[in-house]
Write a protein that binds this ligand. Structure first.
Ligand SMILES: Cc1cc2nc3c(=O)[nH]c(=O)nc-3n(C[C@H](O)[C@H](O)[C@H](O)COP(=O)(O)OP(=O)(O)OC[C@H]3O[C@@H](n4cnc5c(N)ncnc54)[C@H](O)[C@@H]3O)c2cc1C
Length: 392
């Protein structure tokens, strides 16, 4: 049998999760012919993402934000509660978006709704060809990368964008090393209904097993990310919906009144991953293919969307989108932001897991300083939000 002629494209995006879909739109808008390989999907486990201000502006420029109207809730206040029982425990700290001149820090949306909105937009984009197949083989060469999908179709791309998640076959094909580690925690996720209004306030309880966070959704609903030890997570996950809602209510001190489960529930083991380079051999890595860390402070997908913005800038006007100079510029552009976030989230998570006095003292002093020193609080808010890139 004669092998089919490969389809030739400027950019092949491998992986149609939220980051891959956003990258397809951003690079197609820059005038590149884009092939999107993979089936649009999102875990149906009650997971939501809090899209910070910069990410929301990116969705606006990609023409996706308007279709999420009614499905997102603003995060106007973020409250941190030290619930570790530490000797140096501090009163809750509140960050208000209005303090840094914003209406909201960001918008919380179910991951399934976000992926559906992005995928509807990619399907309508004239410069994007969708190939909903798994990539089975990738062979980078000097002038292009050859790809083979599981239906036998073949593609040749000058640039491959690896948006293929934490196990990333594209990362392996490019020969990029990843360092992986695990945490002794599992995050339980759920969509909850509640008796009281959340008033657009997200509350993060810092406990000895990690944070337990309630994030507003439209109406009297919030999403839950509750980090527990593996043994505790197993027993809480085994509860029926009523028992589960009761356990969350007790953990969150009934701040939202009576709770009920109002959607799917999930359990995600906590892990971390970092790479030594963000691109090589005509392959650029974005999203969880390049960085994974626990869901603290709504950073993961926001960082992935900042990868998309950086890649777009590096590709702008490039004659060869996979040239060494482009890949090198992208690698340099992402190093600081990604390492800073990975390190900060890891340090905060580990400081909760230890009950050593120096760590407690430092965390307590940090929270006290944040509560009392307005300029420091505003600096931290801007750092948490920014990442130094605009949506353009
Ligand atoms: C409990 C929890 C809460 C979170 N909350 C937040 C939050 O509030 N804010 C935030 O910013 N982030 C949050 N995150 C992080 C966020 O969910 C992730 O960063 C984001 O989903 C990663 O998206 P991605 O597109 O990079 O990867 P994925 O969603 O994993 O997508 C990768 C895609 O690639 C596909 N793929 C893999 N291999 C191939 C192949 N060979 N061929 C074709 N396709 C392939 C997969 O099928 C998948 O569709 C949270 C994470 C967790 C676990």
């Amino acid at each position: 049998m004669i092998a089919p002629e490969p389809s030739v494209t400027d950019v092949a995006i491998v992986g149609a999760g939220p980051v891959g879909l956003a990258a397809a739109l951003a690079l197609a808008d820059e005038g590149f012919a884009v092939t999107l390989l993979g089936s649009p999907d999102a875990p149906r486990d009650g997971r939501t993402v809090a899209l910070l201000d910069g990410s929301w502006r990116l969705l606006e420029t990609l023409g996706v934000a308007a279709s999420l109207a009614g499905k997102v809730a603003p995060l106007s206040v973020m409250r941190l509660v030290d619930d570790t029982g530490s000797l140096f425990r501090q009163p809750p700290v509140e960050f208000r978006a209005s303090e840094v001149g914003l209406e909201a820090f960001g918008w919380n949306v179910a991951t399934t709704d976000l992926v559906a909105a992005l995928s509807a937009r990619t399907a309508a984009h004239p410069a994007i060809v969708a190939a909903p197949h798994q990539v089975e083989a990738a062979a980078p060469a000097d002038d292009a990368v050859s790809l083979r999908a599981d239906d036998g179709s073949a593609f040749v791309a000058r640039l491959v964008v690896g948006a293929d998640g934490r196990r990333s076959p594209m990362r392996r094909a490019a020969g990029i090393e990843a360092r992986e580690w695990t945490y002794p925690q599992v995050a339980l996720t759920a969509i909850l209904g509640h008796a009281r209004d959340h008033r657009d306030v997200s509350t993060e309880f810092h406990t000895r097993a990690g944070p337990c966070t309630l994030v507003p959704l439209p109406g009297r609903r919030s999403s839950l990310v509750w980090m527990l030890t593996q043994a505790e997570a197993k027993s809480v996950a085994a509860l029926d919906d009523a028992g589960f809602a009761g356990a969350v209510e007790a953990r969150t001190h009934s701040i939202l009144g009576a709770l009920s489960v109002a959607g799917p529930r999930g359990a995600v083991p906590m892990a971390g991953l970092s790479v030594d380079r963000f691109g090589a051999r005509r392959v650029a890595l974005i999203g969880e293919a390049a960085h994974v860390f626990p869901p603290i402070g709504a950073q993961g997908l926001n960082l992935g969307l900042r990868d998309v913005m950086a890649l777009r800038r590096c590709l702008r006007g490039a004659a060869d989108p996979g040239a060494d100079a482009v890949i090198g510029a992208y690698d340099r552009a992402r190093r600081t932001d990604v390492r800073l976030r990975t390190g900060a989230v890891d340090a905060l998570n580990r400081s909760l897991l230890t009950d050593l006095m120096p760590a407690d003292l430092l965390r307590g002093a940090g929270l006290l300083a944040l509560a009392k020193i307005g300029p420091l609080r505003r600096l931290v808010m801007r750092q948490g939000l920014a990442g130094g890139l605009s949506a353009s």
